[in-house]
Design a protein around this ligand. Structure first.
Ligand SMILES: [Zn+2]
Length: 145
């Protein structure tokens, strides 16, 4: 989660909402990192999780990320939760809860829907305060500026 937080800070440098993600393989090695780059890349799918999972899949040479853990500073949205299920990640670890758009327990629970064959394990609110503080700070500055 510390690495994901470093990534999140990088997002803010380009004016993007500070969300960061890393993908770890079964041995705990980092195989993908990413931060929200929607503004910088003008890509509606440029969420941290998508960027990190793309990098991990490229490193592996496979769309399948089974055995992997996705670590992200903010609760994933429906798109990213769906992508994590599609990638067959074993585990999702997230920081701050997103009560407005969260799809891993808050508004929806896309990844633990019992109708799905693949349901990743979820570990929520890891360093939640620190992850959330980055976002609060970012939006506070934006309002002033
Ligand atoms: Zn997302």
């Amino acid at each position: 989660m510390r690495l994901a937080l470093d990534e999140a800070r990088r997002a803010a440098e380009s004016g993007d909402v500070p969300v960061g993600a890393v993908v770890l393989d079964a041995s705990g090695a980092v195989i993908g990192t990413g931060h929200n780059d929607r503004e910088r890349s003008a890509d509606p799918t440029g969420h941290a999780e998508i960027v990190a999972m793309r990098a991990a899949a490229a490193a592996r040479g496979s769309w399948r990320l089974d055995g992997c853990t996705l670590v992200v500073t903010l609760e994933p949205c429906t798109m990213c939760a769906g992508a994590a299920v599609q990638a067959r990640v074993d585990r999702i670890v997230y920081g701050a809860i997103d009560p407005k758009a969260g799809a891993v327990g808050s508004l929806w629970d896309v990844v633990r829907d019992r109708r799905l064959n693949h349901r990743p394990e979820v570990i929520a609110e890891v360093l939640a305060q620190e992850c959330g503080a980055l976002l609060v700070e970012f939006f506070a500055h934006r309002r002033v500026g």
